[in-house]
Design a protein around this ligand. Structure first.
Ligand SMILES: Nc1ncnc2c1ncn2[C@@H]1O[C@H](COP(=O)(O)OP(=O)(O)OP(=O)(O)O)[C@@H](O)[C@H]1O
Ligand SMILES: [Mg+2]
Length: 263
């Protein structure tokens, strides 16, 4: 891949200061990674290796007692790690969006889908006409493969299946056409058949030019979808490279073990 990097993370450390006297939990411990424009870049690694905390760090969403201790996060030349909360709110949704590991955490179960999607638009464009915004919601709902957008808009999340909620969340993440989509285990809560269609959707978005940072522990998904892979263990990157190369000829013992255990 020769395309320029959209996101560049340098020596990022995110620690949790859980107890005053004990040493911090080094959830992310000095990782560097890049996402090239128009690519799908994957982070793979076992549970607890720091994948979700890496993505929350990029979005500026790490909460107490966790914090970014050092490192740089550069998006399109902009130093995100130097921005304050108000400035980061403008970046989220507009420039970077995230599909969370747990759909239930991203949608409010007792607020109609319509209200939640409209809010996602109005945060970034207060002057947009409501009808125009609603049309955009309908188009986006259809583009994530859901029929009858008006019925979806009038529903509460608890009235929809897990797969439908996940698609609504993807639609919400895409409404403001972010340059970078971070997808944290976007299919792990879904049935197998729906998993395939969500992955197809991500491929379609990539082919339309979106850059995606995909987080998964499923090496099948990595092989099928991604261009470049980072292997994480205990908060560190232990190996990285083009997917075919890492799969053909893993260098690190941990990657070899991962590949064997997934076969
Ligand atoms: N609020 C917290 N307080 C203390 N430690 C935390 C907290 N949140 C996460 N951690 C620690 O950070 C580490 C990385 O967690 P993270 O959620 O990033 O793992 P992950 O790779 O996404 O795992 P999974 O595949 O299960 O989603 C874990 O060791 C976890 O215990
Ligand atoms: Mg996680």
């Amino acid at each position: 891949m020769n395309s320029p990097e959209l996101l560049s993370v340098k020596d990022l450390k995110t620690y949790f200061f859980t107890e005053k006297k004990s040493p911090p939990v080094k959830a992310v411990d000095g990782i560097s990674l890049e996402v090239k424009a128009g690519s799908i870049t994957t982070i793979v690694g076992e549970s607890g290796s720091g994948k979700s905390i890496t993505s929350l760090s990029i979005l500026g969403l790490v909460s107490n007692p966790g914090r970014i201790v050092s490192g740089e996060i550069i998006l399109n030349g902009k130093a995100l790690h130097k921005l304050n909360d108000r400035q980061m709110r403008k970046i989220r949704g507009k420039e970077i969006s995230m599909i969370f590991q747990d759909p239930a955490s991203a949608l409010n179960p007792i607020v109609k889908i319509k209200k939640q999607l409209l809010e996602a638009i109005f945060i970034h464009d207060k002057k947009k006409k409501k009808n125009e915004a609603l049309d955009e919601c309908r188009v986006m709902i259809e583009s994530v493969g859901l029929d009858n957008p008006d019925r979806i808009l009038e529903s509460y999340p608890f009235e929809l299946s897990g797969g439908m909620c996940q698609r609504v969340m993807i639609a919400m993440a895409l409404l403001c056409k972010p340059q970078l989509l971070i997808a944290d285990e976007p299919t792990s809560s879904l049935d197998l058949t729906i998993q395939a269609s969500v992955l197809d959707l991500l491929m379609k978005l990539k082919n339309e030019g979106m850059s995606i940072l995909l987080i998964t522990h499923d090496l099948g998904v990595v092989a099928q979808m991604s261009d470049y892979v980072y292997v994480m263990k205990h908060g560190k990157i232990v190996e990285n490279g083009d997917v075919y190369k890492v799969f053909e000829d893993p260098q690190h013992e941990y990657t070899k073990a991962l590949l064997t255990s997934n076969r």
